[in-house]
Design a protein around this ligand. Structure first.
Ligand code: SF4
Ligand code: FES
Length: 247
């Protein structure tokens, strides 16, 4: 296949950006989306031009490093799929695809399609440690946790920190990410001791990083590659307000 691309190019954080046209040729339907970008970059390098900067690491949908707006949708058209797991069989010969970086004040553009997502790390750091002494790895059945609680904790813990939820939100809210990180401990016994201080610290850090407020429209849930539910945001809000009125 031959695929036409419009790609956001920006030399640095303060440089002006623009969409530039490229052609990926040849593209196999079996290639992943990032392998298609590798083809474009190999061509650019051969011509002595600057390759397109984009983030990736595992390319298996588990690390959260990749993240590109594909035709205006974070991670592209396939539900519950990271852009590294999107495949070119999704497209037809001659298609034109537009690629842009995440757009959010709290995620400044570093270069081309790469943004700085360290604000997410600082939210997690604000949550601090749990003081429960959990010792060595216990037998799976040694700590009795209701199945529903462990399921909800594991569902929340699937968040890979990609930032698609922020990119999809008109307010650039990080509520889905932050609530997933809060909820995976809030459902478990080990997370109870610092539950109150953790939610206040993480929500305050989220606000200080410049993310917007949640207006409950669920674009985040619709684009999340791990299917994180907005019910985690409800838990975060309940815990936060309880913490504010508790002594
Ligand atoms: S909640 Fe979903 S979209 Fe947001 S960072 Fe986590 S995995 Fe990515
Ligand atoms: S590169 Fe790891 S999730 Fe895409």
């Amino acid at each position: 296949m031959r695929i036409h691309l419009r790609v956001w190019r920006q030399a640095g954080p303060d440089a002006p950006g623009r969409l530039e046209r490229y052609t990926a040729d040849p593209v196999s339907p079996d290639m992943s989306f990032l392998e298609m970008l590798d083809v474009v970059n190999e061509d650019l390098i051969k011509k002595g031009e600057e390759p397109i900067a984009f983030d990736s690491d595992c390319r298996e949908g588990i690390c959260g490093t990749c993240g590109i707006m594909v035709d205006g949708r974070p991670h592209g058209p396939d539900p519950k799929t990271t852009v590294c797991q999107l495949h070119m069989r999704r497209y037809k010969d001659g298609d034109t695809i537009t690629l842009e970086p995440w757009r959010a004040e709290a995620f400044p553009i570093l270069k081309d399609l790469v943004v700085d997502r360290s604000a997410f790390d600082r939210i997690v750091q604000a949550g601090g440690y749990t003081s429960a002494n959990v010792g060595g790895a216990p037998d799976g059945n040694a700590i009795l946790i209701p199945k529903t609680a462990s399921d909800m904790a594991m569902d929340a813990a699937q968040c890979i920190g990609c930032g698609a939820c922020v990119a999809a939100c008109k307010n650039a809210s990080a509520a889905l990410f932050t609530s997933a990180k809060i909820a995976h401990l809030a459902h478990l016994p080990q997370g109870q001791t610092e539950r109150t201080t953790r939610v206040v610290a993480m929500v305050n850090r989220m606000d200080a990083e410049g993310f917007g407020s949640c207006s409950n429209e669920a674009e985040c849930e619709a684009v999340c590659p791990k299917g994180i539910s907005i019910r985690n945001i409800a838990l975060m809000n309940r815990d936060f307000w309880k913490a504010l009125i508790s002594p």
